[in-house]
Design a protein around this ligand. Structure first.
Ligand SMILES: CC(C)(COP(=O)(O)OP(=O)(O)OC[C@H]1O[C@@H](n2cnc3c(N)ncnc32)[C@H](O)[C@@H]1OP(=O)(O)O)[C@@H](O)C(=O)NCCC(=O)NCCS
Length: 171
C-alpha cells in the first residue's frame, strides 16, 4: 500500500490525464465523449482517480449494480505501475462492498490475452468464473473475473501456488 497515494472522485478537469492513461492501457481507448456520456447517462457510474504528488497516476470507472460492483476500466500510468496504486484502488472498492448490505461481488471482464491484468486481479483475490467467447468486437474472448465477500467463496490463498499454477487456473 502506497501511503502517499490519495484516491478521490474523478472530475471533468481530470479527463485530459485520464484520456492519456487510458490510451496507454486500452486499445482502442475511449474518446472524451465516451467518458462524459457514460458518467452522465448512467447514474450508477462512478469515476475515481488516484493522485500522487498532485499528479493523476491512475483511474477507475465502475458501475454500482443492485447486487454487485462492475469495474468497467482500471488503469495505472505506465511510469507508476508496480507501486501498489492498482491495489490501493481495488482496496477502496472492496471497502465499499463491505459497507454495503446488498452487494457482495466485485467483478470485471478481462481480455483473454491480458495476462498482466489477470495476474494482478488474481493477487487481489479475484477468480476467473466464466469464459465469454466473441465478447469483444474483434472476436476476442473475455474472462469474467469475480471477487466475492462471502466467506465460503473466498478463493484459496494464492501465496502457496507457483506462478505457473496461478496462470493455469485461468486456462
Ligand atoms: C493491471 C494494473 C491496473 C495493475 O496496476 P499496478 O498499480 O501496476 O498494480 P500493483 O502495483 O498494485 O500490483 C499488485 C500486484 O499485482 C501483481 N501484478 C501487477 N502487475 C503485474 C504484471 N504486469 N505481471 C504480473 N503480476 C502483476 C503483482 O503480484 C503485484 O505485486 P508485486 O508488485 O508485489 O509483485 C496496471 O498494470 C494497468 O494499468 N494495466 C493496463 C490496464 C489494464 O489491463 N486494466 C485491466 C485491469 S482489471
Amino acid at each position: 500500500m502506497d501511503n502517499e497515494t490519495k484516491i478521490r472522485w474523478l472530475v471533468r478537469k481530470d479527463l485530459k490525464k485520464v484520456l492519456e492513461i487510458d490510451s496507454e492501457a486500452y486499445d482502442p481507448p475511449w474518446t472524451e465523449n465516451e467518458f462524459v456520456e457514460i458518467m452522465k447517462k448512467q447514474k450508477n457510474c462512478i469515476g475515481r482517480v488516484a493522485v500522487k504528488s498532485e499528479e493523476i497516476v491512475g483511474f477507475i470507472i465502475y458501475l454500482m449494480h443492485r447486487d454487485r460492483i462492475e469495474i468497467i476500466k482500471l488503469a495505472v500510468a505506465e511510469e507508476s505501475k508496480g507501486q501498489g496504486i492498482g491495489t490501493s484502488i481495488i482496496d477502496l472498492i472492496k471497502e465499499n462492498l463491505l459497507r454495503s448490505k446488498r452487494k457482495n461481488e466485485l467483478m470485471t471482464f478481462v481480455q483473454d490475452d491480458n495476462l498482466d491484468a489477470q495476474l494482478f486481479l488474481s493477487e487481489q483475490g479475484f477468480v476467473a468464473v466464466d469464459v465469454l467467447r466473441d465478447f469483444y468486437d474483434d472476436g476476442d474472448s473475455a474472462y469474467l473475473m469475480s471477487y466475492r465477500t462471502e466467506k465460503e467463496n473466498i478463493p484459496l490463498p494464492r501465496e502457496s501456488l507457483g506462478r505457473e499454477n496461478r496462470i493455469a487456473m485461468f486456462l
